[in-house]
Design a protein around this ligand. Structure first.
Ligand SMILES: Nc1ncnc2c1ncn2[C@@H]1O[C@H](COP(=O)(O)OP(=O)(O)OP(=O)(O)O)[C@@H](O)[C@H]1O
Length: 242
């Protein structure tokens, strides 16, 4: 079987004003159907990596390829379409619209794309996150974990090539967080979804297939088949070396 990369970064550097180099010559691939956690000390470039890989920000130099397309070759309009159709994003805050039901929130990306929400796609997305029976509930009528599940269903409704998570369990308690992580793991195992997740939590990272460690904008190393203990030890070493 051909091994395909859902996302590739090739010598990506990102400078910000005042001499900040947030990413420094990063080359890394994220295989289709794999789950990667990105970790590193505060300011090591995790969010910048996610922003560049998701086409939300342009690197200063280097190449980003998502779903086989070189982002630098896309104008703003085509990049917006790629982000809308091929990339899903979940954040720490769920960002659901309070006046809309779960079903309407999930259908929103399709509506924004000018399409009539495909009822079957919305139903399947809600079922995939275990909320088929909550379709008519509004966010205030759902628990924090359920709200994050709706946000995940919304991110999946366009069947994106890659789902990015920026601390997706950061606002949840340990038990609820575990449920959401199990869901992400199931999406990878059962639907071959590609997931790239930034986290500070070694337990969250242990649900991934591998952990990529960043420090000072560079890839410091990787850990395949991570356990929470191994990740925590690596993070301590990394922080001590900074
Ligand atoms: N818009 C910006 N303008 C200037 N500097 C920035 C900007 N965004 C990030 N930086 C700087 O780039 C570096 C990397 O930031 P980034 O947010 O990617 O780190 P991070 O690893 O996600 O940090 P944290 O874990 O604290 O969220 C930091 O030094 C930060 O101050």
């Amino acid at each position: 079987m051909k091994y395909t990369q859902a996302v590739e970064l090739d010598s990506v550097t990102k400078h910000y004003p005042h001499g900040v180099t947030a990413l420094d010559d990063v080359t890394i691939g994220f295989g289709a159907g794999t789950f990667t956690a990105v970790m590193g000390p505060s300011g090591s470039g995790k969010s910048t990596l996610l922003q560049c890989a998701a086409g939300l920000d342009r690197p200063s130099s280097g190449r980003v390829v998502v779903d086989g397309r070189d982002l630098a070759a896309l104008g703003e309009r085509k990049l917006t379409l790629l982000r809308r159709d091929r990339i899903g994003f979940v954040f720490q805050s769920f960002n659901l619209l309070p006046s809309l039901t779960a079903e309407q929130n999930v259908g929103l990306p399709l509506r924004l794309a000018g399409r009539r929400p495909d009822k079957e796609a919305v139903r399947q997305s809600l079922a995939a996150v275990g909320l088929a029976d909550r379709a008519h509930h509004r966010p205030a009528e759902l628990s924090g974990g359920q709200q994050q599940r709706v946000a995940i269903a919304r991110a999946l409704v366009t069947r994106p090539a890659v789902l990015f998570g920026d601390e997706p369990t950061g606002a949840l308690d340990a038990g609820t967080s575990r449920d959401v992580l199990r869901l992400l793991r199931t999406l990878v195992d059962k639907q071959a979804q590609t997931i790239i997740m930034v986290t500070h939590d070694p337990v969250a990272a242990s649900y991934a297939d591998r952990v990529v460690f960043l420090t000072d904008g560079r890839v410091y190393g990787e850990l395949p088949d991570p356990t929470a203990e191994l990740v925590a030890t690596r993070m301590l070493q990394l922080e001590a070396s900074c």
